[in-house]
Ligand binder design. Structure first.
Ligand code: SAM
Ligand code: SF4
Length: 325
């Protein structure tokens, strides 16, 4: 369906947990993290009911995210069930990759249509510094296994000043080595992300040109959203950029979000106002559920408003891990 600005909304990102086996510095505090009570987390039955409702109003693409989605038991079965819903064309997963090697066979069997692995460094020491874990080799094994499956793989890297600027060309090189998309995602000034300085898209492109030569803008669409892609000579995959701050793409935004505790969020940077978990538990009908989602989509904010200090009271205050990115 379309919102009041005529944007076609066909994609939902669903966070299935606010818990995570990593503690990425820009996403989650190292200590004192307060997680939602289990009773506040959407059950799989509630998530499936939500997916059935939105498939009927034009949402065709679902991303499963978190926290770390693979730490929630039964997530592969959830994916299988969502894939069976008429009207849902793709179900993809965003993961930190730590458990990917273990769950790949089950994910393939469930019919997963895409995997995004978040990876900011190829250096084990920096990996520990950024994520708070020693998981690099597990993540790497997971990626190596994933590229051998029929599921398309994307690697998402956040360029961060003084953390990985010396590695950005090596990250892009993964798209030469493997048939994967490597995407550079701009740090967004939300939660702990405010404490870090991202590296602008143009600067990353300059670094890549110096190492690999010409970058030609790729034609066509290669995913659910706003990434712009480039082709580099002799690369098997492409290199993409998602730059929400420096190249705002709100005019083409096609998504809504459902948080792990059931808040429907029409825009990443605004706090959602509808608690679908509470509504479902208080007995609303499917028709009422669809109405609530349609109304929230219609009133989706025009722009994310990063850097703009107005409407602070209704802007998002939660950690990214509770939202799902
Ligand atoms: N744990 C999974 C993962 O890391 O892929 C899924 C959830 S995580 C919140 C989703 C994505 O959000 C990750 O790629 C992460 O790098 C990104 N992210 C977290 N905080 C961010 C921020 N402030 N700005 C931009 N991206 C951020
Ligand atoms: Fe966990 Fe993903 Fe946040 Fe890292 S970015 S702490 S892996 S939710």
């Amino acid at each position: 369906m379309r919102d009041q600005y005529q944007r076609e909304i066909d994609y939902v990102r669903i966070s299935v947990t606010d818990r995570c086996n990593f503690r990425c510095r820009y996403c989650m505090p190292r200590e004192g993290v307060k997680f939602a009570d289990r009773s506040e987390i959407m059950t799989y039955e509630e998530i499936l009911r939500f997916c059935r409702a939105v498939s009927g109003i034009g949402i065709h693409k679902v991303k499963i995210t978190g926290g770390e989605p693979l730490v929630r038991r039964g997530v592969c079965d959830l994916i299988r069930e969502i894939r069976r819903i008429p009207g849902i064309e793709s179900v993809t997963l965003t993961t930190n990759g730590m458990l990917l090697g273990v769950y790949l066979p089950a994910l393939e069997d469930a019919g997963l249509t895409g995997i995004n692995v978040s990876l900011d460094t190829l250096n084990t020491v920096k990996f520990r510094r950024i994520t708070g874990t020693d998981g690099f080799s597990e993540v790497w094994k997971g990626i190596c296994k994933a590229v051998k499956t029929s599921i398309p793989v994307k690697i998402n890297c956040i360029p961060i000043r003084e953390w990985n600027e010396d590695e950005l060309a090596d990250m892009a090189f993964l798209a030469k080595q493997f048939p994967v998309m490597v995407r550079f995602i701009e740090m967004m000034p939300m939660g702990k992300g405010r404490d870090y300085t991202g590296i602008p898209q143009e600067e990353v492109k300059d670094i890549l040109r110096k190492r690999f030569g010409k970058m030609a803008a790729a034609k066509g669409r290669f995913g659910n959203g706003p990434a712009v892609y480039y082709e580099l000579s002799d690369f098997q995959g492409k290199v993409g950029f998602i730059s929400a701050v420096s190249h705002e793409f709100c005019g083409a935004c096609n998504r809504i979000r459902l948080t792990a505790d059931g808040i429907l969020k029409p825009c990443l940077n605004y706090a959602g106002r509808v608690n679908l978990r509470q509504e479902m538990r208080s007995g609303i009908t499917d028709q009422e559920l669809r109405y609530l989602v349609k109304e929230a989509i219609y009133w989706k904010p025009r722009r994310h408003g990063f850097g703009d200090e107005s409407e602070e009271e209704i802007k998002e205050k939660r950690r990214m891990a509770g939202i799902g990115g």
